[in-house]
Ligand binder design. Structure first.
Ligand code: AMO
Length: 417
């Protein structure tokens, strides 16, 4: 039975052996060998191969036949070849280029490397699974403004813009808006969007434009209710990736371990003790830095634990909107293999206390009137979290740099392309 196919893709390699010519065509699914034997295919097609260069893009129609010696055990014998567009020579980068900056400068070429493409196939599946989870659990998807009048996560990390002659800022997080919605009846919401952080760090896990997944839910009893959603979401994602991305994981040499539920909860004080035993002295009230996070990650990895919450953070290091019970807060973080991927908690919903905490943290409540007003007319107890989608993908694939999972990363050095 004839097996007529149409393949659209780029030339990876051309080879000529006298009366036999081959080229390898690459597309989103893999590579296919196209074989042209003089006398079997039309002369004009045979001659065309001599003018072909790597990365020209073509549409090839013909018969797909079994061929033991060809990659994937099949070869295409063409009836027609349409040259859609030719590639200039020399190429700006080679497949598998190792200079990261150059790769990012020519990202569209870099992505033709199937290993790089696989990272973004996994990323796409992670985001699809996130959507699926929220739909299954009855959350409303919302969009909050990117142009905002105030930030919620501390003033230093904002990107100012000029908005009709006034100063405004790019969204640092949907925090204030998702909380205001808790007074609305949209009582379980989620959002995916870009958030902007003017962070001048050069680390494995910081970029200036991130993809954030945010959740907020009303009528909760405590931060436990929120943590159950976080772990349910991350579990759903890892289970789905391990099932649906087998080829990509194999190509990238990554193994996904589906975690058991519930994830361990480690009290902040307990983490300090674990670090102390390791000879790492941290004063009560300090936040964990990258070194401490990695240390804890290594300790837990020995027990086969890759995902774990840090709970009961000191009130002094959590933002104003987190509910405080004296010196401990109801804020938590979720770490994945030694890296924070989420922070969240129960929020303070009592206006008088919230205003007091804001003042004690040096914030001017008048600047947040639009937000505080929402607490005057029946604001239920609520909580939520923000999950860095880029870091989730990075840790699933064990990649050393977050820029590997972002198509066009924004950093202090990168604005183009
Ligand atoms: P936070 O500021 O901790 O919390 O951000 C939440 C998650 O977003 C990711 N993230 C980043 N990823 C890469 N580069 C960055 N510069 C960066 N900054 C943050 C991390 C982090 O855990 N409003 C709160 C969340 C909440 O309480 O609902 C917030 O934004 O994975």
């Amino acid at each position: 039975m004839s097996n007529q196919v149409t393949l659209k893709g780029w030339i990876e390699r051309v080879r000529e052996l006298g009366g036999l010519k081959f080229f390898i065509l690459r597309n989103r699914d893999g590579v296919t060998q196209v074989t042209l034997k003089k006398g079997v295919v039309k002369d004009e097609l045979f001659d065309l191969v001599g003018q072909m260069h790597r990365e020209d893009c073509l549409i090839v129609r013909g018969e797909l036949k079994d061929a033991k010696q060809a990659p994937g055990g099949k070869e295409l014998v063409p009836d027609s070849i349409e040259v859609v567009n030719k590639a200039e020579t020399p190429l700006p980068i080679e497949l598998g280029e190792t200079n990261k900056d150059k790769r990012l400068d020519y990202r569209y070429m870099d992505l033709r490397d199937h290993k790089v493409l696989s990272v973004f196939k996994v990323r796409s599946e992670v985001l699809r699974l996130i959507r699926e989870y929220y739909a299954n659990e009855g959350f409303f998807e919302v969009q909050t403004p990117v142009i905002q009048a105030a930030g919620a996560e501390g003033g230093s990390e904002l990107f100012p813009i000029i908005y009709y002659g006034k100063e405004a800022f790019l969204k640092q997080s949907p925090q204030l808006y998702k909380q205001m919605l808790m007074a609305s009846g949209l009582d379980k919401i989620w959002e995916i969007g870009n958030a902007f952080r003017a962070e001048k760090f050069h680390t494995r896990k910081h970029i200036s434009e991130i993809t954030m997944v945010d959740t907020e839910m009303a009528w909760i009893e405590s931060e436990e209710d929120v943590m159950r959603v976080v772990e349910g979401l991350v579990h759903h994602v890892l289970k789905g990736v391990s099932k649906n991305c087998k080829d990509q994981l194999e190509l990238l040499g990554a193994t996904v371990n589906v975690p058991e539920l519930p994830f361990p909860r480690l009290h902040y004080d307990e983490v300090l003790k674990m670090l102390d035993k390791e000879g790492v002295k941290l004063e009560w009230g300090s936040d964990f830095g990258d070194a401490e996070e990695r240390r804890i990650g290594d300790l837990l990895a020995k027990k086969g634990t890759e995902l774990y919450f840090f709970t009961k953070y000191p009130s002094q290091i959590k933002p104003f909107y987190v509910m405080m019970d004296g010196k401990y807060s109801r804020g938590f973080d979720l770490d994945f293999k030694g890296m924070e991927i989420t922070s969240g908690g129960q929020r303070e919903h009592r206006l008088d206390i919230l205003t007091k905490i804001m003042k004690s943290k040096g914030l001017d409540p008048h600047k947040f009137e639009f937000y505080l007003n929402a607490f005057k007319y029946g604001m239920p107890a609520h909580g939520g979290f923000g999950l860095g989608a880029d870091r989730v993908v990075q840790q699933i694939l064990n990649l050393p740099d977050i820029k590997e999972v972002v198509l066009f990363p924004r950093t202090t050095e990168r604005l183009v392309p």
